[in-house]
Design a protein around this ligand. Structure first.
Ligand SMILES: N[C@@H](CCC(=O)N[C@@H](CS)C(=O)NCC(=O)O)C(=O)O
Length: 244
């Protein structure tokens, strides 16, 4: 069996795919692409979209976290989804919400900041082990603005994301309380949701409003201790409980 996963270092969905591959125990190779340049590279490799995670599994091209969890489920039944039909439906619902609604939130906030802040771009270049980080940070401003526009990271949208964040975190805590996620063995929805919580915890202003929640415990257990990212949004946009 041959598996190659394409990733970019800051991507939380790519991290979800890495963790799922490790969890099922499939031997694989990870190719880290330079952020920003990854869409053309993936298309040149024959993928339909320019997003990570993207995986080649025995010659088959599989793109997106939910497609990857399904492909791994075919090979390792019972490892990522419960075998009971009702329990599986609940995990699938949580995974779908995690992918469609929750996963885009840290991406929009991060890209909104990258489009405006050269220090954040330099930190991303360093994290991605790109040479000449400060020069990259200056040269990539137009690219960062384009990537922000691609995901609709406008002032208004990011303000809304921040306003609705407490409700979204409540929903994560509810999934944990109901036992859909947060069990002894992580499932596909754990990987999907915990990596997004982990990404949000990297933003210093948001960490305090997450830290005491069951969601934070899940992120630490499934992913690890979040390193800080130099991401700052206007203080007046922050919801109650965030660091001003
Ligand atoms: N929902 C997809 C989204 C993946 C996604 O948007 N990945 C970002 C990195 S976090 C990306 O590669 N974006 C490239 C682009 O926006 O062109 C998944 O779960 O795989």
């Amino acid at each position: 069996m041959q598996a190659t996963l394409f990733s970019i270092p800051p991507s939380h969905p790519a991290l979800a795919a890495k963790l799922m591959l490790r969890h099922v125990g499939l031997e694989h190779r990870v190719v880290e692409l330079p952020p920003g340049l990854h869409p053309p590279v993936l298309r040149a490799r024959g993928f339909r979209r320019g997003t990570v995670p993207a995986m080649i599994l025995n010659g088959r091209k599989i793109q997106g976290t939910t497609a990857i969890s399904r492909a791994l489920d075919e090979l390792f039944p019972g490892k990522l989804f419960p075998t009971d039909t009702n329990a599986r439906a609940r995990v699938e619902e949580a995974e779908a919400w995690g992918e469609r609604e929750f996963q885009p939130v840290p991406r929009r906030i991060f890209r909104w900041v990258l489009a405006r802040d050269a220090d954040a771009r330099a930190a991303l270049a360093r994290e991605s082990k790109m040479p000449l980080a400060n020069l990259q940070a200056r040269a990539t401003a137009p690219l960062a603005r384009r990537f922000a526009a691609l995901v609709g990271a406008t002032d208004e949208r990011v303000r809304q994301d921040l306003e609705h964040l407490p409700e979204m975190l409540d929903r994560v805590d509810r999934y944990i309380a109901e036992g859909v996620i947060g069990g002894d063995t992580p499932n596909a929805a754990d990987f999907q949701i915990a990596t997004t919580v982990h990404a949000l915890m990297r933003f210093p202003q948001l960490r305090p409003m997450i830290d005491e929640r069951p969601a934070a415990e899940l992120a630490r257990r499934v992913v690890g201790e979040p390193a800080q990212a130099p991401v700052r949004v206007p203080e007046e946009w922050l919801p109650a409980g965030a660091a001003k």
